[in-house]
Design a protein around this ligand. Sequence first.
Ligand code: G4P
Length: 536
Amino acid sequence: MSATAAGVLNKEILKRRTFAIISHPDAGKTTITEKLLLYGGAIQMAGTVKAKRGKKFATSDWMELEKQRGISVTSSVMKFPYEGHEINLIDTPGHQDFSEDTYRTLTAVDSALMLIDGANGVEAQTKKLFEVCSLRQTPIMAFINKMDREARDPFDLMDEIEKVLGIACYPVTWPIGMGIRFRGVYDRQREQLLLFEKDAERSRPVALTELGLDSPEVDAELGEEVAAELRSQVEILSAGETFDRERYLRGELAPVFFGSALNNFGVQTLLDALVEISPSPMPRPSTSRTVQPTEPKFSAFIFKIQANMDPSHRDRVAFMRIVSGKFERGMKAWHVRLKRESRLGRPTQFMAQDRSLVDEAYAGDIVGIHDPGIFKIGDTLSEGEDLIYSGIPVFSPEHFVRVQLKDPLKSKQLNKALDQLSEEGAVQVLRPITSNDHYLGVVGALQFDVVKYRIEFEYSVKVQLHALPYSAARWIRSTDAAAIDAILKDQAHIIARDQHENPVILLDQIWRLKLLNERHPKITFATTSENLQDRS
Ligand code: G4P
């Protein structure tokens, strides 16, 4: 690679930011996504994301189901430019009942934005998603939303984030009042006062008054009492955490912002911080070595497969996260699992709701490619090296059903449907070792409706799903083959094989693990399966 080409590559990579928003339903994720897209010029009018919510799902037949239920269970990918940067935002489903897709999405980002409703604080799903991020030490920023409503005391909120999530907080901005008394925020980094004006319709921020905190104009603007309170709060904060970017990058410290997404307030400060301090594409470990984003050779991994995005074509799109080098339209890549060259056809990027073909893309970018049925989640693509990107685990399902085929003559179609849906990661298919049944496992129970609908609609197979009493699965691992044989015999009635023939034990009560551990001390009961090495 020439020095100029290396320079271009470096520059492109430094421009990129790839992140996801994690939040509990209703915290305002759709609203803030829309505001971010507005700043990036990807959409022209507020309300577009919302208005298209219904329409978006019509792009896929099976998503009809989601439309009917008024929810989103798939995540989408959006790209937009901002201030000379290229931002990839991966949407994670916000519904309580979400799928493994959500978890996997988080393996494809370099940082996350945690959105918190100021009145509700840290909620269940935020906590769950945060835990997934912290597994990979993903850097996290927090935006405390809805400050135009009565919210919790900001010090309490900081305290809650620190205690419940175990991450230190550094408030970059600090709110002045809340609800009807919300006057804006003080930006501690820039030492500026940003005054709030209720203005939901504007796509650009209202003109902000920028003043130093000690300025007498602050008293004039806020009133002496409010100004004095703000000064004393900022004083208290200065005794707390200092901003340390290294700690943020290690996932130990969260910069915190306050605002109101609906009123477009605080969003630009957040976006500025995102391009300033959040990481550009990071190196990624593979089973053999750590790959740097600036390496000239292209490599990527597939983290999501979505079928039938276009019902007239019955197509499957595999989403790849580029880890290193440059992608060019028409290129072939080495499909490591299949050990052969594959064409990466119809490379597509998504901007708000529009798709466009991609001519070139760089580390950090997310590109959808046409999948003629050759990709599985976790597959690695390279320019010849046998790299395998680790860290795309299969999580333990929490809900299980047995599949009953209504027409026994359709068992071949059923097998095909289950194979394809499991390759896509839509469901985990488990085969009990003592019968010919098919069990399905999912992380969010809603996924069963989606899978049943798809089996019927896409493969014309009618099935009934019967609930099973299990609530967790653990992968059985041991270096001692005799120990594995012993547990397979001893617990045969609750053991099944996953898609890759790995043995999995199914548990109705998690406390049973303790007994199993005592009885089979040489076995490890793993909560996730990283199947990359054992995959066929
Ligand atoms: P989600 O994607 O995280 O589920 O949340 P969404 O953006 O749909 O927002 C949930 C609700 O919270 C919406 O109200 C939205 O308008 C409101 N909201 C979002 N940000 C703010 C904010 O900064 N301040 C206030 N006061 N409200 C906010 P809704 O009534 O459920 O929907 P809609 O009728 O407004 O569409």
